[in-house]
Write a protein that binds this ligand. Sequence first.
Ligand SMILES: C[S@@+](CC[C@H](N)C(=O)[O-])C[C@H]1O[C@@H](n2cnc3c(N)ncnc32)[C@H](O)[C@@H]1O
Length: 420
Amino acid sequence: MRTASLSPGEENEGTMSSATAEPEATEQAELARQLTEWAALGFHGLRSALFFAESLPLVWLQSPPARSARKGSERAASGSARRRGAAPRPPSREAVETALARLRTLFEQDAKAIGRGVMPLSVLTPRDWLGHGGRFLRILGDARTVVARRARRESRDFGARAKPWLDELPAYYRRNFHYQTDGYLSARSAELYEHQVELLFRGGADAMRRLILPPLRAHFGDDPRTRDGQGLRFLELGSGTGSASHAVARAFPRAKLTCLDLSFPYTRHARQQLAAYDRVECVQGDAARLEFADGCFDAVYSVFLFHELPLPVRELVLEEARRVLKPGGFFGLVDSLQTGDDPELDWALDFFPREFHEPYYAHYAAHPMETLVRRAGFESVEQGTGYLAKWIAARSAPKLPTAVDDPGRSAALNPPNSPD
Ligand SMILES: C[S@@+](CC[C@H](N)C(=O)[O-])C[C@H]1O[C@@H](n2cnc3c(N)ncnc32)[C@H](O)[C@@H]1O
């Protein structure tokens, strides 16, 4: 309206100022992006240094004296236990340098994704930092027990706190994954779990979990109607204590999110951790037998779930994910690298299952998840890696129109002279 009353000179002035304003706005946006990226990178550096420093005493606890105690107990162990193989040699200096270089690259990828708005900077907000020191001391206190359990190769050592849950759970699950005290079956294990995982990955675990976000964002595109998740329903399978969904809830603040895990205590802990998000619900359940109706979710994803499942359960979970997804819905996973995904890190895939109780890991590592995902009927399968993790993104096949939806298609498939 205003332009109509402008003289040609004024109009010109207006055009010129908007022409200069545009590059200025672009420059400002670029500066903001760069600053955000630097802030994220700085945060990653400090956080990783902290976890790295904290991991040193734990590494020490497994160093020569503990190792020789372990050798002694291995000598005493049964022949079948011995056949499982000697303690792996520690990785070479070059191997460690490669892993650290990949960790740096992961942090850069994560910071870039934050910079370009895939997720807000607030995904980095620390969860429960007040309890950090206390948790670390409890992890240190428990470390000797874990080392002893590992030395005995004892994977069914549950305390009284875990026993009430055991009978209700599938057999493959009733074990001390990672030799951790109580497996996934006590409140104490739930409290320490995320911290332990960050110690193992030197502060890279959360950034690996967030590898799910770029493909999730890409699936829904930049449609302003769904950018904040409005009207969308997501399901996380094997959500543990809720760390991945914490980031998803920040990136899609209006999406309805269901976090499902087999562990009662982990589900309860996730519920406490995610209490600030009223669109997030945490439920106990089995990903291989979902109690949701067909086609009710827009996205289903999992993080670090499949490497802990025997093959038939991996297949069932994929089948269930496809069943509860809407046609064309997003399926994604982040999990451990598999053999050949990053050949320079293949050594780590051998090291991990021997040091940490991971009974299905060797089979998982040798059988590409992308093949299983395709076989389960997903399409447009994409994948990538970040540090010690891989991500896979796919979509469920769009529903084929039935005769009721599309009588024309039915006629085409069944021409009048067809015997059918
Ligand atoms: C390695 S943890 C990963 C947890 C979490 N997603 C994370 O990023 O830390 C594997 C999780 O899968 C859960 N889980 C294993 N089998 C499951 C099943 N059949 N259904 C649901 N959750 C399962 C375990 O209870 C555990 O919390």
